[in-house]
Design a binder for this molecule. Structure first.
Ligand code: AVI
Length: 317
């Protein structure tokens, strides 16, 4: 692997502690950030290519179609910060159009995965200054210095509608945090839109069962990393659209009354009881712009597809 010039580790995994507190509370709920070990990150990439999972291909099409306008707003010599960077597929479409980028700072919680993706990107852009940060981007991470005055602006990129995995309060906090980090620049953010519940249901209950494996991997990860014990077929994937709250909910549902054991502590599950693993909020364009304005941004141009399934927003910080 090509060495990366700058690497910051800002968070050690708190998986064990967070899983204990998730299991000890009622209702049981854990942060979706624990999906993304190596296995979970690889499964998520496969989900993105599924026919039912429309967000990725719709957003990629918007980036291809409107990337030049977006790059114009980003401006020359910009420092581009990608929150929750993953495979770096989408950012390639922006980088290809950006004028003399000052640098690229991808932040992701999965270190090995991020470094592999950075090495591949570096091979394609040998002169690009890539400065990966391994960590939890929802916290105020220590970023490399911004371009000096009179040079380019600092611009955030947060594609994929990962903002939907936050509660509205967390989304507001995250937007307020980034508005501070990006002051004088802007944020380009992907937001999934409210739509036919059947389409949403299919996107999170795919026929190949990849989303189910992705969800169940959270407990498999606990088995691998923490020696967690539970019945082999004790849990199943459950995902549904909660219309009043405008969100997909994912849960791991206990198939019978049984005990899960974590580091010597037993947690009992009744039949049908769940561990709530993820919310994926869907927004209206107006609703999202209002949220961004409350967080301190000025809402700018919005790009959306012909079916109004997905949106990309430019927010001026
Ligand atoms: C990363 N995030 C935006 C995805 C979503 O759609 O909420 C995660 C995901 N969960 C199941 N499928 C995809």
């Amino acid at each position: 692997m090509t060495p990366v010039p700058f690497l910051k580790i800002v968070e050690k995994s708190g998986f064990a502690a967070d899983l204990h507190s998730a299991l000890a509370q009622q209702p049981r709920h854990i942060s979706p950030k624990y999906f993304y070990d190596d296995m979970g990150s690889a499964l998520f990439e496969q989900i993105c290519a599924l026919p039912e999972y429309y967000p990725t291909r719709t957003e990629l099409a918007l980036l291809r179609l409107h990337g030049a306008e977006m790059a114009e707003l980003i401006g020359p010599q910009a420092q581009l910060i990608e929150y929750g960077a993953g495979a770096l597929n989408k950012v390639r479409l922006l980088l290809a159009r950006m004028l003399r980028p000052h640098g690229f700072v991808p932040i992701d919680i999965s270190g090995p995965h991020l470094l592999q993706a950075c090495a591949a990107l570096q091979a394609e852009h040998p002169l690009l200054n890539i400065q990966p940060v391994v960590g939890d981007f929802t916290q105020a991470v220590d970023l490399p210095g911004a371009p000096s005055r009179g040079e380019g602006q600092r611009v955030g990129f947060f594609p994929g509608s990962s903002i939907g995995n936050f509660t509205p309060t967390q989304a507001l906090e995250f937007l307020a945090l980034t508005a501070e980090q990006l002051r004088g620049g802007g944020l380009l953010i992907g937001v999934d839109l409210i739509k036919d519940p059947d389409l949403l249901h299919a996107a999170y209950n795919d026929s190949q069962g990849l989303t189910a494996r992705f969800n169940l991997n959270l407990l498999e990860r606990a088995r691998r990393e923490l020696g967690c014990e539970f019945a082999a077929d004790g849990f199943r994937h459950s995902a549904f659209y909660n219309a009043p709250l405008q969100r997909i909910e994912m849960h791991l549902m206990s198939m019978r009354s049984h005990v899960l054991s974590l580091q010597g502590i037993d947690y009992s599950f009744e039949t049908g009881e769940t561990l709530h693993t993820e919310n994926s909020y869907k927004y209206s364009i107006a609703g999202f712009r209002a949220l961004a304005e409350r967080a301190g941004y000025r809402a700018g141009p919005v790009w959306t597809d012909a079916q109004n399934w997905f949106s990309l927003h430019w927010l001026q910080a």
